[in-house]
Ligand binder design. Structure first.
Ligand SMILES: Nc1nc2c(ncn2[C@@H]2O[C@H](COP(=O)(O)OP(=O)(O)OP(=O)(O)O)[C@@H](O)[C@H]2O)c(=O)[nH]1
Ligand SMILES: [K+]
Ligand SMILES: [Mg+2]
Length: 363
């Protein structure tokens, strides 16, 4: 039996099995098996499957992957937001490879990747699904493009495809400490009451992965699926923004309804509607900030900001300016929203915010 058949057998069995206390272990085991086979499916096998035209070099400050059904307007968006032209047409599968473009925004270079459309079954290798998904895994943000004139189920279908290959959208990693050991069996603990798993189930799942010696600590009430995510090291957790295109074709009431959904942005690429807001949102989803440097007695250099991630400290800024600056660091003066007054004298662990100005004082 091939892996695909094994997967579909297990999926059938899961859907046949009633969910109750008596079947809990059986289901947990099936899920572990399913996750295992799916991971195997993802491992690069034959050379031809790797796909020419998909290994685009990462460049710029961040990478955004365009994921969507065929003909939702992915290439139109790329051609509109970047200097790169990607062919757009009314027929499906116009785009067959990965086409990179660069969005210049707030002084940052954001790499936008146009990709072939994906369809249901992409994860199993339909169309160029597997190559597209492999590229999505390398992105900092998934831009899931949807056709506002089509049914809502499209979003769910795509989410399921990505979910089935270990991509977790807008979710954080389950708070489970997990470490493989050389011996000693399973040491299982939790810092809170657990309602979804017990030690026996955890042990069964680990055995399915041939893991017999491990330390497992649940720091929250996680499910069997979440445990499997933690032990399968190939999971990626990515932010995702849902962009509904072609709003020129639907009623204003419908536009309003979609725009109020979580993580959703409405646009029309053809009519260039709401694209400014889309850019602003990308910047925020990517957690990018600008920091301006200033030399003593001189005005800040607003022409050439440093592009960094939210949460960076003064120490990170030093590293971004020069390799050895952090060693010579004495203190910094910061002007902006991260300080109580401006300028404020701060240490290396101070956290920077967007549009802060910094002057570094050396020893
Ligand atoms: N009405 C309307 N049509 C649009 C809009 N954006 C794109 N289209 C049309 O949608 C069709 C498909 O556009 P593409 O950019 O080729 O779509 P794609 O998602 O790249 O398609 P594939 O590469 O085949 O997956 C074209 O005929 C576009 O002109 C829009 O905002 N409104
Ligand atoms: K198309
Ligand atoms: Mg296209």
């Amino acid at each position: 039996m091939g892996i695909l058949e094994k997967i579909s057998e297990i999926e059938k069995e899961i859907s046949r099995t009633q969910k109750n206390k008596a079947t809990e272990y059986h289901l947990g085991l099936l899920k572990a098996k399913l996750a295992k086979y799916r991971s195997q499916l993802l491992e690069p096998s034959k050379k031809s499957e790797k796909g020419e035209g998909f290994d685009v070099l990462k460049s710029g400050d961040a990478r955004v992957a365009l994921i969507g059904f065929p003909s939702v307007g992915k290439s139109t968006l790329l051609s509109t937001l970047t200097k790169t032209e990607s062919e757009a047409a009314s027929y499906e599968f116009t785009t067959l490879t990965c086409i990179p473009g660069v969005i210049e925004y707030n002084g940052a270079n954001i790499q936008l990747l146009d990709l072939p459309g994906i369809i249901e079954g992409a994860a199993q290798g339909k169309g160029r699904g597997r190559q597209v998904i492999a590229v999505a895994r390398t992105a900092d943000l998934v831009l899931m493009m949807l056709d506002a004139t089509k049914k809502d189920v499209h979003r769910e279908l795509l989410e399921k495809e990505l979910e089935s290959v270990g991509i977790r959208l807008n979710k954080r990693k389950p708070n489970i400490y997990f470490k493989l050991k050389k011996g000693g069996g399973l040491s299982f603990n939790s810092t809170c009451p657990l309602t979804k798993v017990d030690e026996k189930l955890v042990q069964m799942i680990l055995h399915e992965y041939k893991m017999f010696n491990a330390e497992v600590l649940f720091r929250e009430d996680c499910s069997a699926d979440e445990l499997i995510d933690v032990i399968c090291a190939n999971r990626v957790y990515l932010p995702c923004v849902y962009v509904y295109n072609k709003i020129d074709q639907i009623s204003i009431e419908e536009v309003d309804r979609i725009a109020h959904q979580e993580n959703s942005i409405v646009v029309s690429c053809n009519m260039k509607l709401n694209l400014d807001y889309l850019l602003l949102s990308l910047w925020e989803y990517l957690n990018l900030i600008r920091v301006y440097t200033k030399k003593p007695g001189q005005p800040p250099d607003f022409s050439d900001g440093l592009i960094l991630r939210r949460g960076v400290t003064v120490e990170h800024v030093c590293h971004a300016i020069h390799r050895t600056l952090a060693q010579d660091f004495k203190y910094a003066l910061v002007w902006g929203t991260s300080t109580k007054y401006s300028p404020q004298r701060v240490g290396a662990s101070h956290i920077m915010q967007d549009e802060d100005v910094i002057q570094i004082v050396k020893k």
